[in-house]
Design a protein around this ligand. Structure first.
Ligand SMILES: [Zn+2]
Ligand SMILES: [Zn+2]
Ligand SMILES: [Zn+2]
Ligand SMILES: [Zn+2]
Ligand SMILES: [Zn+2]
Length: 348
C-alpha cells in the first residue's frame, strides 16, 4: 500500500471524482437572476433576511451564511444582490459577486416565500433532521404549500409504500382545488392517475388552539364547510402525466373549468417542467474540487431526507477529507478504500 497526496489520489481515482461530482455537480459560475423565473435548485439564506439564492450564489456570494438547501422550486428568481438582499457589498463593492452589480437589482415580484425559506418544513414546522428516519416528500403541486416537504408520519396513518406511487399532492393543495380533484377522482381515467388518497393525519380536536396565522387568508365559509376530516392527500400513479393529458383531451369545450385548470394552472402535471441545471463541473482541478466539496458541505448541513444517503455520504467524505485538505497531509490508500467500501447511506 502506498501513501498518496490528496491530489495524486484524486487524479487516479475516478470513483472519488465521481463522488465529488455527485456532491457538487455544477460549476458555480452563473447566477440565474437574469434568466428570470425558473424551476431550479434554490437555497435560502437565513443570515440575510431568508432570501432565496441560486446554486452559484449560495456558494460564491453567501459563503459564510447560514444556508438551507430547499431543492427545486418552480418559478423562482435568484434574490442575491437584489433589493431583498441586505448583505453588505463585498470587498470590491459588488452586491452579487457573480453579476458584479454595485447597486441592488430589482427583485422579481413573482417569487413566493413559504416557510421553507426559514428552514422550516412540513405541517409540523420543523427544521430538517438528518438523523431522522422519517422520510420526507415534496408536494408536486405546491400552489398552497409552496412546494413544501412533508414527513411521512405527518401526512397520515397508513402511509403507502414509496414504490407504490410516483408523486404526492398535499392535502392543502387538494383542498384548494377541491372541485377539480373531485372531478378527476370520479373520472373514468382516475384509476390510471390516482394511486391512493389518504385522509390527513390525526383528527384534530376542535378545542385546540387555532394554528398561528401563516399569512394565508381563509374565509369563514371555507373553514366551516371544510372540516378536517375532509382533508386528504393524493398520491399519483406512475404514468399520471400521460393520463392526465388524455383526461384533458377528453374534455369537450375549452371553457370547461377542469380543462382550464389542467391547461393553465397546473400544466406541469401533464408536461413535467425541466429543472434548470447549472453548467456541469468538468474542468476543476482536483484540489479545487476538494476545497469546493468542503465549502459546499458546510452549506448543506440541512439538506432534505429524500437524499439522505447522499447526505450521509457527503458528511462522511467531508469528515474524511477535511484534515488532509487543511494540513496537506497524505491520505492512506487503505483509508480511502475503506471509506468507499462502506455501504452507501449507512451512517455508522
Ligand atoms: Zn444567483
Ligand atoms: Zn447570506
Ligand atoms: Zn450572487
Ligand atoms: Zn412533519
Ligand atoms: Zn401542497
Amino acid at each position: 500500500m502506498s501513501d498518496l497526496s490528496v491530489s495524486e489520489y484524486v487524479s487516479h481515482q475516478d470513483e472519488l471524482e465521481q463522488e465529488a461530482k455527485e456532491l457538487m455537480p455544477w460549476d458555480p459560475k452563473t447566477c440565474t437572476y437574469e434568466m428570470g423565473p425558473l424551476r431550479q435548485p434554490v437555497f435560502a439564506c437565513r443570515t440575510h433576511k431568508y432570501i432565496g439564492l441560486c446554486y452559484s450564489c449560495s456558494i460564491q456570494c453567501h459563503t459564510k451564511c447560514d444556508i438551507v438547501e430547499l431543492f427545486t422550486k418552480r418559478h423562482f428568481t435568484c434574490d442575491c444582490g437584489t433589493e431583498r438582499d441586505n448583505q453588505e457589498p463585498g470587498e470590491r463593492g459588488f452586491r452579487c459577486q457573480i453579476r458584479q452589480n454595485r447597486e441592488p437589482d430589482v427583485p422579481s415580484f413573482t417569487n413566493t416565500y413559504g416557510q421553507n425559506f426559514r428552514g422550516l418544513f412540513c405541517e409540523c414546522k420543523k427544521e430538517y433532521d438528518p438523523d431522522s428516519n422519517d422520510t420526507m416528500i415534496q408536494c408536486v403541486l405546491g400552489a398552497e404549500c409552496n412546494e413544501d416537504w412533508y414527513h411521512e408520519s405527518c401526512i397520515g396513518k397508513n402511509f403507502p409504500p414509496l414504490e407504490s406511487f410516483d408523486a404526492y399532492i398535499c392535502w392543502k393543495c387538494v383542498k384548494k382545488y377541491d372541485y377539480y380533484f373531485k372531478r378527476i377522482l370520479s373520472h373514468a381515467l382516475s384509476e390510471k392517475i390516482i394511486a391512493h388518497t389518504l385522509i390527513h393525519g390525526i383528527q384534530e380536536d376542535k378545542t385546540e388552539d387555532p394554528k398561528p396565522s401563516s399569512g394565508m387568508k381563509r374565509t369563514a365559509d371555507e373553514v366551516d364547510s371544510q372540516p378536517n376530516n375532509n382533508e386528504y392527500s393524493i398520491f399519483l400513479k406512475e404514468g399520471f402525466s400521460e393520463n392526465l393529458g388524455k383526461l384533458k383531451d377528453s374534455i369537450e369545450g375549452n371553457n370547461d373549468k377542469l380543462y382550464l385548470f389542467l391547461n393553465d394552472l397546473v400544466p406541469f402535471l401533464i408536461r413535467d417542467e425541466p429543472v434548470y441545471e447549472p453548467v456541469e463541473n468538468s474542468e476543476d482541478t482536483p484540489d479545487d474540487m476538494i476545497s469546493n466539496i468542503l465549502r459546499n458541505a458546510m452549506h448543506r448541513e440541512q439538506a432534505i431526507a429524500g437524499i439522505s444517503a447522499f447526505n450521509a455520504l457527503k458528511n462522511k467524505l467531508n469528515e474524511f477529507l477535511k484534515p488532509f485538505a487543511e494540513t496537506g497531509n497524505v491520505v492512506k490508500e487503505e483509508d480511502i478504500k475503506d471509506f468507499f467500501q462502506r455501504p452507501e447511506g449507512t451512517s455508522k
